[in-house]
Design a protein around this ligand. Structure first.
Ligand SMILES: *Cc1c(COP(=O)(O)O)cnc(C)c1O
Length: 371
């Protein structure tokens, strides 16, 4: 019955707890897949589960045309972690949807049509988001918006920004297309060119944001701020919610009702987001990601080539598809990235012991591949 075009891993999951999931046969897996990174705060963190249950007993549905405590509380929590200039927040349900809104805002704010994105960039599977996504397999045969693709981390890509450019969109650390951290000078140059041309600079932190790279937002460790920040995946511990946060100038002049969303800002999602932000602050999640990321990276770098930041790591292998299947058989869930990478997106609560286990399994898989 399930959509036949959905790729499948041949595994049925029945339970999740912290850094582990269990399949229908009772086998435990260390989860370095975390639902494409969504369970970065671990599976079912107590505080978040409790907050959702509590909200469920009060109010489950409210259109954003009404105020709710859930929304107000969630916005004030967000104020603690969002850069202060990005103070116009709109909630959506998925990353791709938030990308769509960001592009709409950029078109409206500039009155232009030009889009600049980058090789190996990934922004989601809806038509607008696909227009700025590099992978041609995802794009082929579809009518898309016109976009140019620049070379990632090449400062001369900034020459492609001109007075027809509405938006420049990129991931400060590329995820799906191959784990690739952006260089500071590259972001500085894009920022300068966007300011000069009056274009909107959009950072898509759906995967790299919310502590995963060791900073609250990945762009903060580069010292370059966007006009629009997009977040999703892990921000509510995997409860479906995403957001767009924009500077004032981007939303000036928009009429009320310019955009809408039935489920965007749902009270349960807002409660989950607020509790997740509290947990994020209490547990100093970025610090944990930095520390455990360093541990894991130092173990793996003894035998493999590694890229990434914090707990967003890519390991170069010859056959990533085969490698992740072998890892699964050995009790570790991981993902692919690009053509030649195993991507590891473990949760912040992973321990030293988990890191040794993961690294040991990976080493075994790599040595089997090379023999
Ligand atoms: C996953 C992802 C998206 C799309 O998010 P969905 O929730 O799957 O729509 C967009 N941008 C980046 C960087 C992502 O990693």
């Amino acid at each position: 019955m399930f959509m036949r075009f959905q790729a499948h891993r041949g595994l049925k999951l029945v339970r999740g707890e912290g850094q582990y999931v269990w399949d229908s046969e009772g086998r435990r897996y260390l989860d370095a897949h975390t639902g494409h990174g969504a369970a970065f705060l671990g599976h079912r963190p107590r505080k978040v589960v409790d907050a959702i249950k509590e909200q469920l007993d009060k109010l489950m549905v409210a259109s954003t045309t009404f105020s709710t405590d859930a929304m107000e509380d969630c916005l004030s929590s967000l104020g603690k972690i969002l850069p202060s200039k990005l103070n116009n927040v709109y909630f959506q349900n998925s990353g791709a949807e938030a990308v769509e809104l960001a592009l709409k805002l950029a078109f409206k704010a500039t009155g232009r049509r030009g889009l600049l994105s980058f090789r190996n960039g990934f922004h989601g599977r809806t038509l607008g988001a696909l227009s700025v996504t590099w992978n041609s397999e995802y794009r082929e045969g579809l009518p898309l918006l016109r976009a140019e693709f620049g070379e990632f981390n090449d400062i001369s890509s900034a020459d492609l920004i001109n007075d027809e450019t509405a938006a420049v969109i990129l991931e400060p650390v590329q995820g799906e297309g191959g784990i690739e951290p952006s260089r500071r000078d590259f972001l500085v140059e894009l920022r300068r060119a966007c300011d000069e041309a009056g274009a909107v600079l959009i950072f898509d932190e759906v995967q790299c944001g919310f502590g995963r790279t060791g900073a609250t937002w990945a762009h903060q460790s580069r010292g370059v701020e966007p006009d629009i920040l997009i977040a999703g995946k892990s921000i509510a511990s995997g409860f479906p919610i995403s957001l767009v946060a924009a500077r004032d100038w981007v939303i000036e002049g928009l009429r009320a009702g310019f955009h809408g969303s039935t489920h965007g800002g749902n009270p349960l999602a807002c409660a989950a987001l607020k509790a997740s932000i509290e947990l994020f602050i209490e547990e100093n999640v970025p610090e944990a990601a930095r520390k455990m990321g360093k541990s894991l990276a130092s173990m793996i770098s003894e035998y493999a080539e590694l890229k990434g930041e914090g707990l967003m790591l890519g390991v170069r292998v010859k056959q990533p598809g085969r490698a992740i299947r072998s890892l699964q058989a050995l009790g570790v869930l991981a993902l692919k990235a690009g053509e030649d990478m195993v991507r590891l997106l473990p949760p912040y609560c992973i321990t030293e012991e988990d890191c040794s286990f993961l690294s040991g399994r990976l080493r075994r898989v790599l040595s089997e591949q090379s023999s």
